[in-house]
Design a protein around this ligand. Sequence first.
Ligand SMILES: Nc1ncnc2c1ncn2[C@@H]1O[C@H](COP(=O)(O)OP(=O)(O)OP(=O)(O)O)[C@@H](O)[C@H]1O
Length: 286
Amino acid sequence: MSGTSLVQADAVTRRFGNFTAVDQVTMHVAPGEVVGLLGANGAGKTTLIRMLLGVLATSDGHVTLLGGHPNRQRRSRLGYVPQNLGLYRDLTVTENFDFIAGSYGVTPPPVPDELADYRDTLVGAMPLGAQRQAAFAAALAHHPELLLLDEPTSGVDALARARLWDTIRAQSDNGVGVLVSTHYMQEAQECDRLLLMSHGELVAQGTETDIIGNTTAAVVHTDNWADAFAALNAAGTAVILDGRTVRVADTTPADVEHILDTAGIHHHIEPAPATIEERMLILART
Ligand SMILES: Nc1ncnc2c1ncn2[C@@H]1O[C@H](COP(=O)(O)OP(=O)(O)OP(=O)(O)O)[C@@H](O)[C@H]1O
């Protein structure tokens, strides 16, 4: 597999003292694919990415980056956007681009059209969405073969998020492999393949359809959604609130019916396929 992979982890583990942040994770990213790394805060996504980069040592297991041990020379062939963006906040966008391009010995990238108004603005004074867009453009300056993006869409509005995903897709269409972490489960749809992490472990992988499988959810319609949620939560079911709709995954409608009848809550139940978020919730509980 390493012959066709840009990056590969084999049973990679990272411990901090007695705590295991990443536990025997095996994964890879091939050219031209967008792989989504999904998991709640603290699942181990950043720790895994830092080991793939070679900036954090593994406690066990092996990482192969661009055909060999992750070192500085191989790292220079990838684009990395860390959670904190890695830009100088007290430099303008063009100054950041000049500086970063200079350190790779390449021509500075063009300032994206959407950022034209911010060209001479200090990065620290820009809205977060624009900062992320700038970090992304900077990471592409040296035409990397692989992109490692740590929560690139976190905290940005829907429009900026859509733009970032367009840019990610344009890169993968050009053959770049992309690993992108997110805790927004809805973004699973943007990826070709998903890796689901929970408590340091890779608990599922494949396409969204593979991962959801035939897991279903009971959709509860009721005016008394707050009490319905509380009753189902107290009963230990995998319940979530979607707007004012209560959804319960991996439990039969009859069980949900029974819990709500016992609580005296008038309701109507409809079965539906589970979402990736619900599948994740179930996997995280097992
Ligand atoms: N240097 C460290 N020392 C001790 N514990 C650490 C260290 N780095 C990470 N951890 C712990 O490892 C776990 C995984 O953290 P990590 O940052 O990889 O998660 P994550 O999935 O990226 O979450 P987030 O989205 O919040 O960044 C967390 O419990 C974190 O507190």
